[in-house]
Design a protein around this ligand. Sequence first.
Ligand SMILES: Cc1cc2nc3c(=O)[nH]c(=O)nc-3n(C[C@H](O)[C@H](O)[C@H](O)COP(=O)(O)O)c2cc1C
Length: 199
Amino acid sequence: MQSLRIGDMNIKLPIIQGGMGVAVSLSGLASAVANEGGVGVISAAAIGMNEPDYMKNFPEANKRALRKQIRLARGLTDGYLGVNIMMALTDHEALIKVALEEKIDLIIMGAGLPLNIPALIAGSGIDGSHTKLAVKVSSAKAARLIFQYWANKHNCIPDAVVVEGPLAGGHLGFRKDELEKEPVPLEMLIRETVSIIKP
Ligand SMILES: Cc1cc2nc3c(=O)[nH]c(=O)nc-3n(C[C@H](O)[C@H](O)[C@H](O)COP(=O)(O)O)c2cc1C
């Protein structure tokens, strides 16, 4: 398999492990994937659920647990590490800031449109220049919206796009009735998305 490039990232094993929330993909899985040459991904969704104060103060628990897991993973690998942050999380902005502060290699954003994240990063006072930004979409239309919005409002575009088809697990950009009929082939979604973003 050919290596995968995302900016200056040269990913020898072209596999980005899917982030799995509720403390499923943490430092252990992410560092193991990174040690094999892929990108290991820690999911930020409910990552603080094992912290003692999660029920009382989940935003602080999530921030602390994310920082802890990134640092643990860094201690276990020199490979590439990413964080998956769903836009549907009420504390997604705070979690993005933690990932940037920890100089994560890649942030993958899905479950919602990350339209104003470049402005959040620019205004955060954190040097986010090391971190690549990937967006997760289920249609070329969503990719076009994000690319046009970022280009027009923020003068930038995402570093990478993850295309997720109707057979994937997790929070998808499909309605229930779309999932019940003949699934759109992922290959078609990829072709359409590439043709939209190429220009
Ligand atoms: C238990 C579980 C938790 C998941 N949590 C997240 C998540 O936090 N964020 C996210 O973007 N995707 C999440 N997903 C989706 C996966 O990252 C992945 O995109 C999806 O499973 C499709 O990959 P696959 O076809 O290899 O299963 C989750 C999936 C599973 C099975």
